[in-house]
Every structure is written in structure tokens, then in C-alpha cells.
Design a protein around this ligand. Structure first.
Ligand SMILES: [Zn+2]
Ligand SMILES: [Zn+2]
Length: 405
């Protein structure tokens, strides 16, 4: 049988709860909702990191952050993390697909290790080494006068971007869509196309005054229109996978228009599969992880992958009856604060393992140990850690087994 074409669409910072198919009333997600109704929607998919570099690496490798080694984002990814990543000989999904006869196209801009294994990847003009050096110099300068936190806040501003050499030389979402349609129309079967949309994230990188729930919703609406163009060009035989790398906090827990914190607005991501042999009209309730994208794509491409991963092939559980899929989800953050978390169907356990004052907001978000009963308290507003000793002890034990702390 002919292997299917596969398109993986990642909408950066798109949270599940802002999409119509996840119950939101004010969204503009006509196409995503339609694809969800024609395919399988995962009600409970979670990321394992709230920053793009580690989350993307997990999605593409099927490994948790601590397994592949990339813990930080952007210029904070250090030499030790890169060494771990290289020593572990991490395999990315496009590399495996390429070895198995797929044409591979990546419309992404994160470059570095992310660009491995593609036949086509945009020519990124940013000199990241130089940029990193300049950002470090500036950070030290601000640090010397006690303003490191302030610098972290402004480091993505236009002024700083210009100073360090710019972040903006990649394709914008419209250009990405044009290129995607061009690649699809070339018809080099079978192909794997990765499309990384940045517009939703960018709407939150604008100046504080320009950020709002409405601007976030409208940015998703715009991306939905681009996805429509891709879906129309690809046709129904093409497998489409749509998800976010992490969500966004739009004021929940006093985290305004950013994706730090390990609460559900940031961790709960949409995951939708449609086209090809994916059955129509299914909603799967079991817990799944961003890492599961790896094995699912390889399985849809009929490739047996024997390497070690933290990934589950979700095409084996398209049926609702086979839930629960995972017992728990592990996630962590290392950007503005250092926390780890375990989430089951009922509980969320969050533990501070380093910086407890958020470097962006200059406040402490939550206690050092947090426990929420998500069934009674889906908004994660009542920390019950001090009264539920045995549950906390169980999570502590599980965490120790998993990460040794
Ligand atoms: Zn991201
Ligand atoms: Zn904060």
C-alpha cells in the first residue's frame, strides 16, 4: 500500500481552551473545528515543557525534556544540554521518515538541531552565535546594575532585537502558507511537511498595550484561515496533525499573556488528527502527551521504530474504549522560574525545584508545593497540599523515581 503524505502543523502558543472544538464560544477556528469533526480529537493532550525549543524537540523526538537533554529555550540552551542531546544520538521524526523514503520539508525558523533531516528548510539568516554573545553581554550589563529581571522582560522588544541582530528574518505565516501550498502541489509522494506558525505567539510578543484576549483569539482565527488553504491543497488522503507546542496564560493565575507556569492554560494543548486512514468523528478522553506525536506519525507512515522513546503510538488507541492511555503527564519549566509537575486525570502536583520568584512578574506564583483536585477545582485555584498529605507523599515518591528529586 502507498505510504500516506503527512502534514504536521504546529501553532506556537495555541492553547486548547481557545478553540471552538474544545468548547470555546468566541473563537474563529472554523477549519480546525471541521478537521476535528472529520478526524480524531484528543481532549486531554499536554505538553512537557512550556517553552518552544524543549517542547518542539520532545514532539519531534518522542522524548521527554530530560531524556533528550534540551531544557531551556533560545540563547539559554547551554553547551551541556547540547552535549547531552548529541551524546544520546536523539533521532528526530523527519530523519527517520527521510531514511524511509519520505521527502521532508520543514517550514520552521528555529534552525540549529531542529533543521536536521530535511530536504528543504528555509535559509535562516540569523547568526545565532553572534546574537547569543550579544544577548549575554547585555544581560551581564543589566545584571551588574541589579536589573537582570528587567532585561529578561525586554529582551524580546524591538529595540533589543535590533541591537542583537534581529529575530525577524524568517518567513511570516502568509509566506509559510504560500510555500506549503507550493510544496504540496509539487506532489513528490510520499512527503512529510512540517509547518510551524508563529503568528499567535507573536501576537503575545507585541507591546503590553497591544495584548488582549481578543488579539489572541483573532491571531488564532488568522492561522485557521491559513490552515484552510493547506487543507484544501492537501486533500483528504493526506494525514494532518495539528497541535500547539504549549498554551498561553491570558491572565489566569496572574500570568498575563505569557506561557510560563505549569497550570493547565499553558500545559493543555490541542491535538487533532485527520485525513488518510484516521477515523472520523472521534473524541478521545485519555491523557496523552506531546511526545506521542513521534510514534503516531511513524506508525501512520508504517515504519517500525525500535529506538527508545517516551512516546505512545496513538493510532493504536483511536477508540474511546481503550482509555486511559497514560496514567500521568510530566512537565517542567526552566525559563522564569524552576518547577516540575505531575498531572493525572484527577490531580495536578507542582513542585518548585529552583527559582521560586518569577523573573518576569517578580512575584511568587503559588506555594512551593501545590496540589489541585482538577475534578472539583478545574481552575486550579485551591491548593490542597497542606491537607492531603498522603497524596502529596505519593506524588513526591513518583517524582523521585522519575527525576531523582
Ligand atoms: Zn512555543
Ligand atoms: Zn510570572
Amino acid at each position: 500500500m502507498k505510504k500516506p503524505n503527512i502534514i504536521l502543523i504546529l501553532v506556537d502558543a495555541m492553547r486548547a481552551r481557545s478553540l471552538g472544538c474544545y468548547g470555546y464560544d468566541n473563537g474563529g477556528t472554523r477549519t480546525i473545528d471541521r478537521l476535528a469533526s472529520q478526524g480524531v480529537l484528543y481532549e486531554n493532550c499536554f505538553t512537557c515543557s512550556n517553552a518552544s525549543d524543549p517542547a518542539l524537540t520532545s514532539m519531534m523526538s518522542g522524548m521527554l525534556t530530560r531524556s533528550h537533554g534540551i531544557l531551556h529555550h533560545s540563547f539559554e540552551v547551554n553547551a551541556k544540554e547540547l552535549k547531552t542531546f548529541n551524546d544520546k544520538e536523539v533521532r528526530l521524526v523527519q530523519e527517520v521518515l527521510k531514511e524511509n523514503g519520505y521527502g521532508t520539508y520543514g517550514l520552521d525558523f528555529l534552525a540549529r538541531w531542529h533543521m536536521r533531516g530535511y530536504d528543504y528548510y528555509p535559509n535562516i539568516k540569523i547568526d545565532r552565535t553572534k546574537r547569543k554573545k550579544r544577548l549575554n553581554q547585555l544581560s551581564r550589563l543589566f545584571g551588574a546594575v541589579g536589573q537582570k529581571a528587567f532585561f529578561k522582560k525586554i529582551q524580546r522588544s524591538k529595540v533589543v532585537r535590533r541591537l542583537v541582530g534581529g529575530f525577524d528574518s524568517y518567513l511570516n505565516d502568509e509566506e509559510i502558507t504560500e510555500k506549503a501550498v507550493e510544496i504540496i502541489s509539487q506532489n513528490t509522494d510520499p512527503y512529510f511537511l512540517f509547518v510551524h506558525y508563529w503568528g499567535v505567539h507573536k501576537s503575545m510578543s507585541a507591546s503590553l498595550d497591544d495584548r488582549s484576549i481578543d488579539s489572541y483569539d483573532r491571531a488564532i482565527e488568522q492561522v485557521d484561515k491559513y490552515i484552510e488553504q493547506i487543507a484544501d491543497a492537501a486533500g483528504e488522503d493526506t494525514v494532518m496533525v495539528i497541535l500547539g507546542d504549549h498554551g498561553e496564560s491570558l491572565g489566569e493565575h496572574d500570568i498575563w499573556f505569557d506561557h510560563h507556569g505549569l497550570y493547565d492554560p499553558t500545559l493543555h494543548i490541542p491535538l487533532i488528527l485527520s485525513g488518510g486512514s484516521v477515523p472520523a468523528g472521534k473524541r478521545v478522553n485519555g491523557l496523552v502527551s506531546i511526545t506521542d506525536v513521534f510514534s503516531t506519525i511513524l506508525s501512520m507512515a508504517e515504519i517500525d521504530y525500535l529506538g527508545k522513546t517516551d512516546s505512545i503510538d496513538l493510532s493504536k488507541c483511536f477508540d474511546e474504549e481503550k482509555v486511559p492511555i497514560r496514567d500521568y503527564i510530566f512537565a517542567e519549566e526552566n525559563y522564569y522560574q524552576d518547577k516540575v509537575c505531575l498531572r493525572t486525570g484527577q490531580f495536578k502536583f507542582i513542585k518548585t525545584v529552583g527559582r521560586d520568584i518569577c523573573e518576569m512578574c517578580n512575584v511568587r506564583h503559588g506555594e512551593s508545593i501545590e496540589l489541585y483536585d482538577l475534578v472539583k477545582d478545574p481552575g486550579e485555584s485551591r491548593n490542597i497540599a497542606s491537607s492531603e498529605h498522603s497524596t502529596v507523599a505519593e506524588f513526591e515518591e513518583q517524582l523521585k523515581e522519575l527525576i531523582g528529586s
